[in-house]
Design a protein around this ligand. Structure first.
Ligand code: C5P
Length: 215
């Protein structure tokens, strides 16, 4: 079973995807961490993350050992991730790892931007998690404060807008809901309510599939 969870930054994808993985006893992959790790390799190499050759080389060096690095959560790394992720060679370099992960039994929940549209177009259930820009910026602001970073709300809001714009406008695998995705707006929902709504929608979707296949 494969569940795709996509959406913009700080919409609640990560929290939801982790809970769904636990609930359905599936593996979990935060695909944003792969792009963040590629960005961090590019930054640490001293090169320009926007240069395709630098970014591709950095993406090829990403391995499972990179995913726990606490530096991946830094805002500068997130911004650089949205720069390297617009480069088609970077996306191609990271695609195999994601597809292999999803195809490993018993299956997985993957969260990202293009899981339902590109990485796993045949996923059993696809959820597009979204929330208002202000709600997402407020969540991100709190998260950074808890990490001990000195943050200004207006700056967080602007960074969020810039990242949304880059992720949605790029030519390769732009951020958009798959045609068959369930859209879940978490602006007014806490993590528990979002989880319950997602499980209800997934159960309906799976019941519908089963129904079609036994007819
Ligand atoms: O989800 P997260 O904020 O960690 O993602 C960091 C960046 O990585 C995103 O802004 C996006 O540019 C990129 N990304 C992507 N495709 C994915 C996951 C993340 O382009 N599947």
């Amino acid at each position: 079973m494969i569940i795709a969870v996509d959406g913009p930054a700080a919409a609640g994808k990560g929290t939801l995807a982790r809970r769904l993985a636990q609930h359905y006893r599936l593996a979990f992959l935060d695909t944003g961490a792969l792009y963040r790790a590629a960005a961090l390799h590019a930054i640490e190499s001293g090169g320009d993350p926007a240069a395709p050759a630098v970014a591709e080389d950095a993406a090829r060096r990403v391995g499972p050992g990179d995913l726990g690095n606490p530096r991946l959560r830094e805002e500068g790394v997130a911004q650089a991730a949205s720069v390297v992720s617009a480069i088609p060679q970077v996306r191609a370099a990271l695609l195999r790892f994601q597809r292999d992960f999803a195809a490993t039994p018993p299956g997985a929940v993957l969260d990202g931007r293009d899981i339902g549209t590109v990485v796993c177009p045949d996923a059993d259930a696809k959820i597009y998690v979204t929330a208002s820009l202000e709600a997402r910026a407020a969540r991100r602001f709190e998260e950074l404060r808890r990490l001990g970073e000195t943050v200004i709300y207006g700056r967080v809001l602007q960074d969020m807008k810039d990242r949304d714009a880059r992720d949605s406008a790029r030519r390769t695998a732009p951020l958009r809901p798959a045609d068959d995705a369930i859209v879940l707006d978490t602006t007014e929902l806490d993590a528990e309510a979002a989880f319950e709504a997602a499980v209800r929608a997934i159960e309906e979707k799976l019941a519908g599939k089963h129904h079609r296949s036994v007819r």
